[in-house]
Ligand binder design. Sequence first.
Ligand SMILES: C[S@@+](CC[C@H](N)C(=O)[O-])C[C@H]1O[C@@H](n2cnc3c(N)ncnc32)[C@H](O)[C@@H]1O
Length: 261
Amino acid sequence: MIDSSIPMAITTGKYGHFAKEAQDLADYYNLPFIERNNKGIDKLLQLHDLKALLVLTEDGLAAYSLGQKEKLRFHPGMAVPRMRLAKAGQQEPLLKAIEPQEGMRVLDCTLGLASDALTVALAIGEEGRVFGLEASPAIYIITDYGLRHYLTANKAIAQALKRITVQNENYNQFLPACREKFDVVYFDPMFDHGLYKSQRINALRPFADYSPLMPEMVRQALNLAPKAVVKYRQEAKLNLEFDEIIKGNYSPIAFGVCYRR
Ligand SMILES: C[S@@+](CC[C@H](N)C(=O)[O-])C[C@H]1O[C@@H](n2cnc3c(N)ncnc32)[C@H](O)[C@@H]1O
């Protein structure tokens, strides 16, 4: 169920094409549909006092917030080059940390645009599943729509996208209440500093949930899975202890691994 306290709406491109599809989408996600009427996006955001405006065009669905330069849209990101690296026998730190096996069930608590999830989904085979949680309603819709509609000639990617599901849930509420079991629980929280070079992460920024990952949530994760993996920037100050740390060769990113004892 989408958090309806965040004012969002769906509209069309400037010339009103795809109005029926945009209306259906608004019904599907239980959001208001607003007529574009040839107006600019910032104008509509201000006029309707919205935090996010979702715009459906021939290029798919994109999310905008007031004054934002980069629109948020779904794209499989670095999953393909990462998979090639892994296949060529080179160290791919995310996969090294997760240790994917055929048929694994992975809970991704911070799904974002599902780029990490797709890398994992490609590696866990046809029977594997990635269950994603995303707290931000706008990011949830962009990713949910993208997972269901992204068109690609790459069969492996098309199939792997179908192995990922997403729920608009906050892991702080989900984990303590969850009765399911997983093989790995993964966290990639936002860090509130301006060091991101990634355009993808910058596009997420206005919509993302910035709550820090608390040690209690890693403990809760280990009730559901024998292993939890946390992605973090090496310069970040974390209040977490890891059993193992996996770093890439020239990257500021590291993966902390905790095992159930
Ligand atoms: C750094 S991004 C994740 C990027 C993702 N790994 C990818 O490959 O696209 C962090 C995401 O987690 C979401 N998030 C942060 N805290 C959360 C929480 N408590 N529950 C669920 N989602 C959360 C943010 O809204 C954001 O979309």
